[in-house]
Design a protein around this ligand. Structure first.
Ligand SMILES: [Zn+2]
Length: 84
């Protein structure tokens, strides 16, 4: 019985952690309007997590292929964004 209780407590703690961590980090897919590359990126509190191919400038995210238009950002998991 005590083992079952311990497992439930662990489960609850992990869920709580995910809910607390979720709002600070967003997973998005960036679609480059020039070369049609798309790649998954992480945004933390409105700031792009720096990658080799993408940079954040003037509030937009630009691909390093020389595109002068910002990438289109798509939510990666729509159902995740709709809950809570
Ligand atoms: Zn590009």
């Amino acid at each position: 019985m005590s083992i079952v209780l311990a497992q439930q407590q662990k489960c609850g703690a992990a869920k709580e952690f995910r809910q607390r961590a979720a709002p600070t980090m967003d997973e998005v897919v960036a679609l480059c309007p020039k070369c049609k590359t798309f790649e998954t990126l992480w945004i933390t509190r409105g700031r792009l997590n720096k990658t080799q191919k993408f940079r954040q400038e003037d509030g937009g995210i630009y691909h390093d292929c020389g595109s002068n238009r910002p990438c289109v950002l798509l939510p990666r998991f729509l159902k995740g964004g709709l809950t809570s």
